[in-house]
Design a protein. Structure first.
Length: 243
């Protein structure tokens, strides 16, 4: 899922080329509480299609928003924590700022012309690249594309899974779950043939129908994403999406 993106990978690789023998700061052993593919998480859960539809509808109502995301990706031999600020404005303006150890200082902006302008952090932050949004250099550590990290795209992932024949179940009411900072609805995506294997588990704010935490178990590199300090419809200026 997730959160979510990285910028100017080629430039970053040049900077790090001389230190490949060292373990990067962001490659640590992280533990995500309650990261467990076994399901269902709760003894009593109901059909979740209605919640998925509500998530899609409510995401469409957001004109703009800002948030802080963090994605923990479990790769072979290392665990990557990617943290950043994300800004979004309709129809599809985005700004991502890496603020954690992983590619710290990198910034990517998806502008009105449909192109992404990005720069890495550190000594080469003054070198700006212009790229297509689908460029793999912009992908997050978990492989997600930057342009797919907004709430509309994320909710559409769930919708599309249901169209493909997968199923959804959700808790009857908000619950307090380990590793989640507030009571949430617990939504699980699974296959009818394997009801005890969760593909995706999303902890959803019952007031906004926005994800608070999103666990992807069916990725090549499993990952867990969280969103905090979410501020919606705050009137973000178009100037923020220029570089």
């Amino acid at each position: 899922m997730s959160n979510f993106a990285s910028v100017a990978g080629v430039l970053f690789a040049i900077v790090c080329a001389g230190s490949l023998a060292l373990l990067p700061v962001w490659a640590k052993q992280y533990v995500v509480e309650n990261f467990n593919q076994a399901g269902p998480m709760l003894a009593t859960m109901k059909d979740g299609q209605a919640l998925v539809s509500a998530m899609c509808a409510d995401a469409q109502k957001l004109n703009d928003y800002s948030l802080v995301f963090e994605t923990i990706t479990f790769k072979k031999g290392e665990t990557i924590s990617e943290k950043g600020n994300l800004y979004f404005k309709k129809p599809k303006l985005m700004r991502l700022e890496e603020i954690g150890d992983y590619k710290k200082g990198s910034v990517a902006v998806l502008g009105k012309d449909g192109k992404v302008r990005a720069h890495a952090g550190g000594l080469i932050k003054f070198v700006t690249l212009t790229m297509d949004p689908s460029d793999k250099q912009l992908n997050a550590a978990n492989g997600d594309r930057m342009e797919d990290s907004d709430f509309i795209s994320l909710s559409n992932v769930l919708r599309d899974r249901l169209k493909q024949g997968q199923l959804a179940r959700v808790s009857d009411k908000p619950v307090a779950a380990p590793g989640v900072g507030q009571p949430t609805l617990v939504l699980e995506i699974f296959k009818a043939s394997e009801p005890k294997v969760v593909l995706k588990r999303v902890f959803v704010d019952p007031k906004t129908n926005l994800p608070v935490r999103w666990d992807d178990y069916d990725y090549k590199d499993p990952c867990s994403s969280t969103w905090k300090n979410v501020k919606t419809n705050i009137g973000i200026s178009d100037d923020l999406f220029k570089m």
